[in-house]
Design a protein around this ligand. Sequence first.
Ligand code: APR
Length: 255
Amino acid sequence: MNSTTLTKSDIDKLWQAAYLIRKAKYAVAFTGAGISVESGIPPFRGENGLWNTTDPIFLEIEFFRKKPLQSWIKIKEIFYDRLGDSKPNLAHSMLAKMEERSFIETVITQNIDHLHQKAGSKYVYELHGTYKQLICTECSSEYDISFANLDYLPPTCFVCKGILKPDMVFFNEPIPAFAKKRSFDEASKCDVMLIIGTNAEVLPAARIPEVAKENGAKIIEINIKPSHFTNTVTDVFLEMKATEAMKEIGRLLYL
Ligand code: APR
């Protein structure tokens, strides 16, 4: 899609979105897997969704504890063999520029791919953790992924020989307290929330836009198709790809 194929309704909504962002006192972005699809990282659900072909059990915490090698083989294949070379796309870069120009204050992300930080965003709350860090299941020592040799699985701790786990939130694991507290604080404080590429299927993350709405925020949503938010909290729905919408919003904000 380029500007000539935008409908009049698209253009009106893009103007509305840019106006709300420009006028905002405290705008926050909330992102999901959809913002990284155009960086070549498949989403979890919907078209090409990871869970369409892969059983998520390998990311369930009890399964990991019982069968760490089986879990790590899948984790390495799906995350570490792919995410290392992944690059931020225009949507990530536009959010970083918007932070730099103070159009948004923070990014709350469900993604573990570190692409917001690679794009230059400084204030990022990772609700579901990050693939970039490993943590020891015995002594809680933390390592950057660059210290681990994933040719030998499962990776073990240099300090106590315990098994290392990616610092990502597994199913049936609690959300990191700091990221959770700060994300809900931001949601309560913002007067505009820009949601990009999330299906809103996973709690407590899916509560973030609802809390923003309950506190009077205007909600702008970018998604290629309606989500659970679209007919509940969303005020301006931009039914287009993340890079297309963010390119136009960037143009309207003179980024
Ligand atoms: N641009 C915008 N949105 C897109 C694009 C795109 N190019 N491609 C896909 N989408 C949308 C889909 O329509 C869908 O609504 O992104 C969303 C992706 O949904 P999910 O795959 O469910 O991702 P997400 O909502 O982030 O999942 C939340 O679920 O499995 C857990 O921990 C995992 O963090 C993840 C959480």
